[in-house]
Design a protein around this ligand. Structure first.
Ligand SMILES: *[C@@H]1O[C@H](CO)[C@@H](O)[C@H](O)[C@H]1NC(C)=O
Length: 328
């Protein structure tokens, strides 16, 4: 009895991250797919940050939001994907220290919660620009923009600090396998031998605070935006604006929707396996699609891209290099 108790009390210092489990033949194609997704995500987001910083035509609130979003997503992807790729590359489980695991969860939670608020701030910015164009410069001046961005980062950091503080009190003894591709909240909690009821309730509440109000705000903004757009007289302008808005709304809804499913619904067994798939949407696909649909389709971004690279080419020529330039 005493011995069994002692063994049960052995405190774990490492977890085993199982990744996707045994994928068989699928493992290598999936590895390649996620590798390409990771590279494209990094290139797209870094390109946007560079353009927003370098081109002064993009020094407007909308592009500050987009630049900050891309900056956030670069970190967000780099927190999750390299470990996931390593897991897929050899198919074996990976050990990760308990502290390392908490650090990964900390950055994930911080960036995901900030992104929830940032996306809402961006939809509000578009709402003002499209529905209240005459008030735009008053309502969205540099200070308001800075405050909205700061509020997103601060709220995200508050939410995760409360969670991490509570997680820090948990003890881990016994099983050490995390059946997931990154250190997420629910799989970690399942391994704890402490009482997890309070922390579970509190984080469900926090997840609701981080995702529901921003989601509703985003939804409301887009309803107003779309109802304004359908009154635009020219059909081609209307169609383009409508397609832009609907693609924003789709990606944003998938992001909030999957987060809500994973963190707010009761954790039944059937849902537990599905959650791994749902997590792919908000960890991998959102950072991949956001630069493509928010920025790289915009005329101004394309223009900035062309100008920036034209400048590089001219500079290269002056240096005496012969360079085939696609952008002149
Ligand atoms: C983020 O937002 C701030 C505040 O508006 C802005 O000054 C900064 O340039 C933005 N960062 C990027 C990378 O766009």
């Amino acid at each position: 009895m005493a011995k069994a108790e002692l063994r049960n009390q052995t405190v774990l210092t490492e977890f085993l991250l199982l990744g996707f489990g045994d994928l068989g033949e699928l493992r290598f194609p999936l590895f390649l797919l996620f590798l390409v997704i990771y590279i494209v995500t990094m290139l797209g987001n870094i390109l946007i940050v560079v353009l927003v910083v370098a081109d002064r035509h993009l020094h407007t609130p909308m592009y500050f939001f987009l630049g900050n979003l891309s900056c956030l997503e670069t970190c967000y992807s780099s927190n999750i994907l390299p470990m996931m790729l390593a897991n897929l590359s050899d198919g074996g489980p990976r050990t990760i220290s308990v502290t390392g695991c908490m650090i990964q969860y900390y950055f994930f939670g911080f960036l995901a919660a900030s992104e929830c608020y940032l996306l809402a701030a961006m939809s509000y910015d578009r709402y003002v620009a499209i529905c209240k164009p005459l008030l735009y410069t008053v309502l969205m001046n540099g200070r308001v923009c800075l405050q909205l961005i700061a509020a997103s980062w601060i709220s995200g950091s508050l939410a995760i600090n409360v969670t991490i503080y509570l997680m820090h009190q948990l003890r881990f003894c016994g099983r050490s396998e995390i059946s997931h591709f990154f250190c997420d909240f629910n799989p970690i909690l399942k391994l704890s031998c402490s009482d997890t009821q309070v922390i579970e309730l509190l984080t469900t509440f926090l997840a609701a605070v981080c995702s529901l109000p921003p989601f509703l705000l985003t939804l409301t903004s887009y309803v107003y935006i779309i109802s304004t757009i359908v009154r635009i007289p020219s059909t081609s302008g209307r169609q383009k604006a409508f397609s832009t808005c609907s693609s924003h709304l789709t990606v944003v809804s998938i992001f909030y929707g999957t987060i809500m499913i994973v963190y707010m619904l009761p954790k039944t067994d059937a849902l537990r396996d599905l959650n791994k798939v749902f997590s792919l949407f908000y960890t991998v696909l959102t950072p991949f699609f956001n630069p493509l649909i928010y920025s790289l389709r915009n005329r101004e971004v394309k223009e900035a891209f062309r100008k920036t690279f034209t400048k590089c080419c001219i500079w290269e020529r002056m240096q005496g290099h012969r360079l085939i330039c696609l952008f002149i």
